[in-house]
Design a protein around this ligand. Structure first.
Ligand SMILES: [Zn+2]
Length: 344
């Protein structure tokens, strides 16, 4: 056997070893195709060896040819076994595997939180009447939260039992009304704003109380504003949120920052005013507090109470959402229970 023939056979053996080694790394259809091109393709070493067979001495050709045929058969067998191992799914290219006619997978679609939805509705109504949306900080000082709003120094809600204090000076706002003060200190009348936001009180948790809750505050300051304007605005609001048959009434009340002040009731959304369990047999449900801005509040922000008049109101977003959607426990809003939330 010539040196050329020995070299030829050594190359056949080396190629077989290389192909087997490379086969162990083939893990998907793309890798398998690369393997096929490298070891069985037209430009592969196998092709080159086939061509060089004719240059060997005639006596060496039968043995070399036999070795080459065996190698080719081995590589084909290896290719087929790889195809089988990867399975029909992995052996094909990604393109071949995709069936574009199958329906797609529907991703889960979220919904707005019922409080967010209620916020949007309240905001949309007052925006349609020309109210701007204002925001204030959630950590306030006593001046903005109490003093400027005409709370006397000994008012019970200033007590640490009712209010969450950060330190001696700062507290978590107990209502959105301090934002009224901030707006009035920055702007001159006429103005109309609503202030949606989060508020905090040291309340024990039960079906209707939570230490964190949401309010929408409204304030309008102009010349010649009357209680009738306030009542008309809130009546239109109640009809917008709860339906055109909703009735509304003012019940005299006291708030330090308005005079006169009223609690705002709507006819019961469940019984329509007949009396039921939801309204405690009264036929009315409280939805807001309201009144004419107290002259002292105007003085505290540098407005002349002889020139300007205004009304203010505040409502709990949770309360509105509970009545609108028939939710009987405030805790449901904060528990992130998808079964509850996806109903809205
Ligand atoms: Zn009722």
């Amino acid at each position: 056997m010539t040196e050329d023939a020995k070299k030829f056979l050594a190359e056949v053996t080396a190629l077989k070893t290389a192909a087997e080694k490379a086969a162990t790394a083939v893990s998907d259809g793309k890798a398998l195709e690369r393997w096929r091109i490298e070891f069985l393709g037209r430009k592969s070493p196998l092709g080159r060896l086939s061509k060089s067979l004719t240059s060997l001495a005639e006596g060496d050709r039968p043995a070399a040819g036999k070795a080459l045929n065996e190698l080719r058969a081995d590589l084909k067998a290896e290719y087929e076994s790889l195809q089988k191992r990867l399975g029909p799914k992995k052996a094909g290219t990604d393109e071949a595997r995709l069936d574009y006619t199958l329906p797609g997978v529907q991703p889960p679609i979220g919904t707005l939180h019922p409080l967010t939805k209620t916020y949007y509705e309240i905001t949309a109504f007052f925006a349609s009447l020309g109210f701007n949306v204002a925001h204030g900080p959630e950590v306030e000082d006593e001046f903005h939260n109490f003093g400027a709003l005409n709370f006397p120094p000994d008012h019970p809600s200033r007590d640490a039992q009712d209010t969450l204090y950060v330190n001696d000076e700062w507290l978590l706002r107990t209502h959105t009304s301090p934002a009224q003060i901030r707006v009035m200190l920055e702007q001159r009348p006429p103005l109309r704003v609503i202030v949606p936001g989060r508020c905090f009180r040291a309340d024990a948790v039960d079906a209707s109380h939570y230490p964190v809750f949401h309010q929408v505050e409204g304030l309008l300051v102009d010349e010649n504003v009357s209680l009738g304007d306030l009542k008309g605005t809130l009546t239109a609001f109640a009809e917008y949120i709860f339906g055109p048959d909703t009735k509304m009434r003012f019940r005299p009340h006291f708030f330090p920052f308005t005079e006169p002040s009223a609690e705002v009731d709507i006819s019961c959304v469940v019984c329509g005013g007949e009396g039921c369990r939801t309204c405690g047999g009264k036929g009315w449900l409280e939805i807001a507090g309201a009144g004419m801005v107290h002259p002292n509040v105007f003085r505290n922000v540098g407005y002349d109470p002889e020139q300007w008049a205004g009304y203010a109101f505040g409502m709990g977003v949770e309360r509105i959402a509970m009545l609108k959607y028939g939710i009987d426990d405030i805790r449901l809003f904060y528990e992130n229970d998808f079964a509850f939330l996806k109903q809205f």
